[in-house]
Structure formats: structure tokens, C-alpha cells
Design a protein around this ligand. Structure first.
Ligand code: GLN
Length: 239
């Protein structure tokens, strides 16, 4: 089935990558593959991968209406990387046709802003929301794998982190330039983490670092809303 194709994807960041940090935080992850699976959970993580493939699989399993409903019900959802693209109201920088989106997060995302896989990188981000009361660091090491960037946000959206693009950074490969026509001149900084109500979006991969502060942040967001009952966090993936 299509699932095998996703599993073979060269840049598939393991959805399982979320399970370990969540377990360390005392929360069990549940895998979501079908619309009815969403009924048993209170919050959802849409991990990275390749958004076109993920969208095809989600479409095949008729997940989009259920995912939209989940978002519209105000349940906490965290989209990371391709998952962020899923949550965005608008995606640009893709070959024509694009892909179906879940939407809900009022922002415009550029799907491959930083270029191709080979241009993946790590960067130290400043994230004041992650600093602890005890004076813990506000920096976070972001792992960007063929990452998207958030180019515009609506008034309801809170920006949690920007990435300041170093002036010597080569942003585009020749093939990426084609899909950059709308913004041929690179920005000086782009947005890489946002929050809107119960929706969290990150352009990088927190599950690939040992640092669990983003996971805790999301769990806190989820429990603020649902009190003590929110224990069924989920890594959703169609892989
Ligand atoms: N740019 C990718 C896409 O379009 C996302 C990459 C990722 O999730 N690591 O799907």
C-alpha cells in the first residue's frame, strides 16, 4: 500500500521520535491512522515527513474532514515541519496544484523555504517561552530538515521564535529558485515557531534533539485547556 512508500522516504523523521520524549514526560503516544482513532484522544501531534505524501495518505484514509473537525473543536494540535504545513491556512512554494491542507493556523508557510534536503541545517534559536522560571536557557537548538518557513501570520498568531538568516547563508538551490519566484529576495528573518490558541506550529524537529522543552510546552498547553484529564497525546501519522 501507500504506507510502504512513506516508510521508505529518505527524510522520514520517525514519528516514533515523538514517543520517547513523551514517554519520558509520562505520556503515552497513540498512533492515529484512521478518522475514528481521533475520537479516543484529546490532543494531537502531526509530525514531519513529506507533506505531499502525507497529504495523499491522509486523503486515502479520509482523514482530512476528521482532522479539520478536531482543530475546529479547539483541541490542542502541534504541527511540526510537514505537520506545520498541514496546519497552515495557506502554503506557497510548491509545484502547481499543491496539496490539501487541514488549516486552522492563520499563517502562510513556504514549504521548502531553505532549499533542498542537502541544505538542511541546525541553528540556535532564541525562544523566551522556553526559559524556565529558575533562569533556564531561552535558547533552543533547532534541527531544520528541508524545512518550511512561516512568511506571514494573522493577528491572532503569537510568534514564539524567529530565525535570523545569516547574510552568508546560501538559501536556494537552482531548483528551489523556481519555487521562490514570489519572494526572490530572501528575507532577513523568518518565523519558525508560532502559537494560535491551542495550535502550535514549529518549522524544525524538536523530536530529534534530547531537549524535551517543546514537548513539555505543548503538554502544558494541552493540560491548561483540559485539566487533569489530558493524558492521551498522540503522534499522528499516516506512515
Ligand atoms: N518541506 C517538507 C515538505 O514539504 C517538510 C520537510 C519535513 O517535514 N522535514 O513536506
Amino acid at each position: 500500500s501507500g504506507r510502504v512508500g512513506f516508510l521508505g522516504h529518505p527524510i522520514r523523521p520517525e514519528k516514533k521520535g515523538f514517543f520517547t520524549p513523551l514517554r519520558r514526560l509520562g505520556v503515552k503516544g497513540v498512533e492515529i491512522r484512521k478518522p475514528e482513532h481521533l475520537q479516543s484522544i484529546s490532543s494531537l501531534i502531526i509530525p514531519g515527513g513529506e507533506s505531499t505524501t502525507m497529504a495523499k495518505l491522509a486523503e486515502f484514509h479520509n482523514l482530512f474532514p476528521a482532522l479539520r473537525e478536531f482543530v475546529q473543536m479547539g483541541k490542542p494540535v502541534w504541527g511540526t515541519c510537514a505537520g506545520l504545513i498541514f496546519l497552515a491556512n495557506k502554503a506557497v512554494g510548491q509545484k502547481e496544484g499543491g496539496q490539501e491542507l487541514v488549516g486552522g493556523l492563520d499563517c502562510t508557510v513556504h514549504r521548502n523555504y531553505f532549499g533542498r534536503q542537502i541544505q538542511s541545517f541546525e541553528a540556535e534559536l532564541v525562544v523566551p517561552e522556553l526559559a524556565s522560571k529558575e533562569g533556564g536557557p531561552e535558547t533552543f537548538r533547532g534541527v531544520f530538515i528541508r524545512a518550511p518557513a512561516i512568511l506571514e501570520v494573522g493577528p491572532e498568531v503569537e510568534v514564539l521564535a524567529d530565525y535570523h538568516i545569516p547574510s552568508n547563508k546560501v538559501l536556494y538551490s537552482s531548483s528551489a529558485v523556481e519555487i521562490h519566484e514570489e519572494s526572490a529576495v530572501p528575507e532577513k528573518k523568518v518565523i519558525v515557531a508560532v502559537k494560535q490558541g491551542k495550535l502550535l506550529g514549529t518549522a524544525f524537529h524538536p523530536e530529534l534533539t534530547a531537549d524535551t522543552r517543546w514537548h513539555s510546552y505543548f503538554l502544558k498547553m494541552a493540560s491548561d485547556i483540559e485539566g487533569a484529564t489530558s493524558n492521551a497525546i498522540v503522534a499522528a501519522s499516516s506512515s
